[in-house]
Ligand binder design. Structure first.
Ligand code: UTP
Length: 410
């Protein structure tokens, strides 16, 4: 190894990496060295230090946030907003991004989450296929072919592309589909040391859905959007099988309210529901995770008996392209999650731990919202638009997602 590499390992207390060299072939050794030189160990050191500190609690004033309830719009207003949105969609200025870079650890499916098969009333369907169905329907409605961008990660990019090739893009216009890869960060153990994967490389993982902003710009997608006059982009998750991501009403409302970001919410079913809520913190739009919302606030109701902090976030966001341009160089904070991860031990054995053993660092897409004065929020009906697939069994599982899908599509 070069002196430069050895110096880095020494400086950042990562000399255990040298113990893996005996396990490596010449080629693996070269790749490992390349990887070491690319990793920002200074950043990793700081992230590790932060896991040991008490979370910094900022002085925060939490207030409820205003929203528009789609169900309460008059048909006249709906038509007006829809016309504004329709104009943009049908003239080709609207694109859709599906975030599919996650690991889907809770679902435990081998392969990218979008390749999971859901048994529906229309027969077995891959999650990616469900998205194609929705896109095709919208294309017909607006007489366009909406560009579709899929965010992958290093872990699943090749497999995702291969899957699309094998399924002939589910007959979607292949030239309108683009894949772009998000960044990644090494996992570290409780001593701040990097761990190894089966390929004898340092184990890294996707850096959270907040990695989207950097990925859009670095991958050249932003340029592609500029060249194709895409002005608005809808971003949503791979794992919501009722996602309605071509929404002329949200688009019309966001434009009418003169905002650059729009988001959809669903009413929280009860104060204990484990869903983050939109609110204002120190005057700016934020999402507070259920765990961070004080209990009294979670239970507070207004004069109509509705929860004051009841606008549940389900990962449906609309961005004007200018926001994506603004955010391309912005570094969002990373949040540490303590997770279970298999790893290669120094003696070459492969360990599958039974309890969490590593820190994974993730940025959240919505942490960027606070950089803007305000955002538009449209409350939609859960049964129309929200059927998450997160777990193997129980809540938000294949069974519940299929039931909700079937109830809507029957
Ligand atoms: P989740 O936070 O539910 O994570 O992602 P996940 O990876 O799918 O599942 P778990 O937590 O490991 O079980 C919400 C959405 O954000 C995407 C996911 O693909 C999903 O569409 N995501 C998440 C990314 O694109 N990249 C990431 O780094 C993390």
């Amino acid at each position: 190894m070069k002196q430069e590499t050895l110096d880095i390992l020494k400086k950042y207390n990562q000399e255990h990496v040298l113990n893996y060299i005996n396990l490596c072939t010449e080629e693996e050794k070269e790749k490992l060295e390349e990887q070491i030189l690319k990793i920002d160990f200074e950043q990793l050191k700081n992230l590790y230090e932060e896991t040991k500190c008490q979370a910094y609690i900022e002085e925060r004033k939490i207030e409820s946030i205003s929203y528009t309830d789609k169900a309460k719009l008059s048909s006249e207003r709906k038509e007006k907003l829809e016309a504004v949105g329709k104009n943009i969609i049908s003239s080709g200025h609207y694109a859709v991004i599906t975030m599919a870079g996650g690991q889907g650890t809770r679902l435990g499916h081998k392969g990218p989450k979008g390749t999971y098969i859901l048994n529906t009333c229309k027969g077995p369907k891959y999650l990616f296929e469900i998205i194609v169905d929705t896109l095709k329907e919208a294309n017909q409605k607006y007489s366009v072919t909406i560009p579709w961008y899929i965010m992958t990660s290093k872990e699943n990019n090749d497999e995702t592309i291969k899957f699309f090739e094998e399924h002939n893009y589910f007959d979607y216009d292949k030239t309108k589909v683009k894949f772009f890869m998000q960044g990644e960060l090494p996992l570290i153990n409780t001593e701040g040391k990097v761990i190894f994967d089966k390929t004898k490389q340092i184990k890294e993982a996707a850096d959270g859905n907040g990695g989207i902003y950097e990925a859009i710009s670095k991958s050249g997608l932003l340029l592609e959007m500029q060249n194709n006059n895409i002005d608005w982009v809808f971003v949503s998750n791979i794992d919501n099988v009722l996602s309605n991501f071509v929404d002329a009403i949200l688009l019309g409302l966001t434009i009418e309210e003169n905002q650059k970001i729009g988001a959809k919410s669903v009413a929280k079913t009860n104060p204990e529901e484990k869903i983050g809520v939109f609110c204002k913190v120190n005057g700016r739009a934020k999402i507070i995770e259920y765990i961070d919302l004080p209990k009294e606030m979670a239970q507070e109701v207004d004069e109509n008996g509705e929860l004051v902090y009841g606008e549940g976030n389900f990962g449906n966001y609309l961005f004007s392209r200018t926001v994506l341009e603004d955010l391309s160089n912005v570094k969002l904070p990373y949040h540490a999650a303590f997770k279970k991860s298999e790893y290669l031990a120094e003696d070459g054995s492969y360990i599958e731990p039974e309890s969490p053993n590593v820190y994974k660092f993730e940025a959240f897409i919505f942490d960027a919202f606070a950089r803007y004065e305000d955002i538009t929020i449209l409350r939609v009906k859960r049964e129309d638009e929200f059927a998450p697939l997160k777990n193997k069994e129980g809540v938000d599982s294949a069974q519940t997602a299929a039931d909700l899908y079937n109830a809507k599509h029957k």
